[in-house]
Design a binder for this molecule. Structure first.
Ligand code: DX5
Ligand code: ZN
Length: 220
């Protein structure tokens, strides 16, 4: 059964404490924290995500899955390390060189945190292969990063399959996370393609009943 990482990007910020409490109670596997800097993507969520993480830490022990959609990765890694996340993921498209990426992976791991690398829909999945032995997880973006509530791009499901085949053929133990536009209509395809961790935002937070929507996403 896949794990569920709940994105809180699109929640009503005025009701955040109540919503975070409710998500804690329905036992999601992770809180998915979408950090945007206004540079790598247009929106800037750095202040609000910092606040949400502080609130989560007061009320919950559910692990944090931090997704950095930022250019200055090291700066944000340092900010979010303070919340002792389980996973920090950065974007391959934000990196200039392979050496730089390898340094970051080492730095994140040296702080006791698992490292993920994400690729946007336009990036060829083969570009991630050389990093697989060194990282915990690949986050395949199934929408263009930047906002919640978009429609999933169907071609990205083929990338998940290709990556899953490569991981199996090479006896690697890298996890696959898929993020963006996942709902009850497409979650089965995402799971069958080989996804280990499913990110769902609006499919959970816009539903009337968190528990039902999470159970449905898990059992489809
Ligand atoms: C998009 C974010 C996603 C997204 C998930 O840039 O990385 O985490 O907000 O939300 P839904 O599931 O609503 O697409
Ligand atoms: Zn995300």
């Amino acid at each position: 059964m896949p794990e569920i990482s709940a994105s809180i990007l699109s929640i009503d910020s005025e009701k955040s404490m109540k919503i975070l409490h409710e998500l804690d109670e329905v036992k999601i596997d992770y809180f998915h924290i979408d950090v945007m800097d206004g540079k790598f993507v247009e929106r800037n969520t750095s202040d609000i995500m910092y606040r949400y993480c502080s609130e989560i830490k007061q009320i919950s022990t559910i692990p944090l899955d931090v997704h950095l959609m930022v250019k200055d990765i090291k700066k944000y890694v340092d900010v979010y390390l303070a919340f002792e996340p389980s996973i920090i993921t950065f974007h391959l498209e934000a990196m200039e060189t392979e050496e730089e990426s390898m340094e970051l992976i080492k730095y994140i791991n040296s702080n006791g945190v698992k490292c993920g690398i994400s690729i946007s829909p336009e990036t060829d999945v083969k570009e991630i292969y050389k990093y697989l032995p060194h990282i915990h997880m690949v986050l395949i973006m199934t929408v263009v990063p930047g906002k919640g509530g978009q429609a999933l791009i169907p071609e990205t499901i083929l990338k998940i399959k290709e990556l899953k085949n490569y991981i199996e053929q090479n006896n690697l133990d890298t996890y696959i996370e898929a993020d963006g536009g996942i709902n009850l209509d497409n979650v089965k395809d995402i799971r069958l393609a080989g996804t280990d961790i499913i990110v769902a935002g609006t499919a959970i937070t816009n539903s009337g009943n968190y528990r039902n929507s999470i159970n449905a996403l898990k059992s489809e």
